[in-house]
Design a binder for this molecule. Structure first.
Ligand code: FAD
Ligand code: UDP
Length: 370
């Protein structure tokens, strides 16, 4: 006899929760997914405006090196051939990103990899950085001072609201540095945007699974816990434990959408504004993710801001203080036998979509002991 209505209560319908639910259902488990938002999909959710898929919680480009994950997502929706190649604007000058031979030519008129390497070398040799202790040192070591001051420092300090010396080095290692003429922002083998938008991916994952929206787990915890044998929790780990060790910090974002009565506003999906004085970090023109030819266009200016209880927690601040606090929560989580913690908020990690999917698939395998 089954005494509870569900085997799993899944808190959060983002990619982690949706993948877990999909896989558990395949194994015959009864799942209930809840979300406090009024839609499923978490941060990959898109909203149609002027017939254009607008990435409501920030631009999302799928990329992975892992064929299993690529095949997995493509089994729900076909992906297009979009390749992310952002353009950086610094004081009215344009540069290609990521840092590559095109950028080096635009900056210094150097044409060969050797010349570019010598130029960077000449900018870092007197600084004597061996093991970079923070983002600033790491960035200078990778690309020299010119690029650091024009394309990294201002953007990074706007984005994180902190001095680049107080940020972890790993953040900047997300960006490739290449000595070839290649503007692809990612090194991964597979890249694209779901044809028809990310909602198709989420709908495919959640097909046949009960989803209840506008429900905050913490406002109904007792009643919800009583519904299922196990909980999969993808919300904020510190909130789960009543902020016992304090509040983990995040960076939040504010999005300003504009509809323009032109077919093509900026000629690219992503344009970064790297100088400190421009208040937003980037401008997204959503139609270019899907090669849209709608008569109008929607652009979003992205402003970075401090997180508080009234806005969304987007980026975990993985500095020493927060990392130590998270470790305390992680130890508590390990003793919660009936709760599986996963996703960007519960793991307090700057995970990309493919990493979230990979981690959800692994959690499922470990959990079902495959
Ligand atoms: P989320 O998508 O955050 O889902 C968590 C869900 O849980 C939310 O729907 C939330 O409402 C719900 N929830 C939380 N607490 C509760 C509660 N108490 N009760 C009920 N529901 C709750 N990745 C890439 O690969 N490429 C990109 O280009 C990229 N761009 C990004 C841009 C931005 C601005 C951001 C913030 C992230 C980006 N990412 C990108 C990362 C990507 O968004 C994440 O990897 C992925 O969406 C995380 O999925 P998740 O399920 O862990 O979390
Ligand atoms: N970054 C930068 N200049 C840019 C773009 C990115 O200095 O024009 C730095 C910045 O610190 C940022 C990090 O590189 O936080 C990672 O960039 P990414 O584009 O991966 O950020 P995300 O899309 O996750 O916000």
């Amino acid at each position: 006899m089954q005494d509870k209505d569900y085997d799993y209560l899944i808190v959060g319908s983002g990619l982690f929760g949706a993948v877990f639910a999909h896989e558990a259902k395949k194994k015959g488990k009864r799942c209930l997914v809840i979300d406090k938002r009024s839609h499923a999909g978490g941060n990959v959710y898109c909203e149609k405006v002027e017939d254009i898929n607008v990435h409501k919680y920030g631009a999302h480009i799928f990329h992975t090196n892992d064929k299993e994950i690529w095949d997995y997502v493509n089994s729900f929706v076909e992906f297009n051939r979009y390749t992310n190649s952002p353009v950086a604007v610094y004081k009215d000058e344009l540069y290609n990103l990521p840092f590559n031979m095109n950028t080096f030519y635009q900056l210094w008129k150097v044409k060969t990899p050797k010349e570019a390497q010598l130029k960077i070398q000449s900018q870092i040799e007197e600084l004597n950085i061996t093991s970079p202790a923070n983002l600033e040192e790491q960035a200078i070591l990778l690309v020299g001072t010119d690029i650091y001051y024009k394309l990294i420092k201002g953007y990074t300090e706007k984005q994180w609201g902190r001095d680049a010396k107080d940020l972890p080095a790993f953040i900047i290692k997300r960006l490739p540095v290449r000595f070839t003429y290649d503007n692809n922002y990612f090194n991964d083998k597979y890249q694209g945007i779901p044809i028809g938008g990310y909602n198709k991916l989420v709908e495919g994952l959640l097909d046949g699974i009960e989803v209840r929206l506008d429900i905050d787990y913490f406002q109904n915890k007792e009643a919800l816990d009583a519904l299922a044998d196990k909980i999969v929790f993808t919300g904020k780990i510190d909130q789960f434990f009543d902020y016992r060790f304090g509040k983990l910090e995040y960076r939040s974002l504010r999005f300003e959408n504009e509809v323009h009565d032109v077919e093509n506003y900026q000629g690219n999906a992503v344009v970064n504004y790297t100088e400190r004085e421009v208040p937003y970090t980037r401008v997204i023109e959503h139609k270019h993710f899907e090669f849209g030819n709608q008569p109008k266009t929607v652009v979003t200016k992205e402003y970075s801001q401090e997180w508080n209880d009234n806005n969304e927690p987007y980026y975990p601040i993985n500095d020493a203080k927060n990392t130590a606090m998270f470790k305390n929560y992680q130890d508590l989580a390990a003793s919660e036998e009936n709760v599986i913690f996963g996703g960007r908020l519960a793991e307090y990690r700057y995970y990309d979509m493919h990493q979230i999917i990979g981690s959800a698939l692994k959690k499922v395998r470990d959990h079902f002991q495959e």
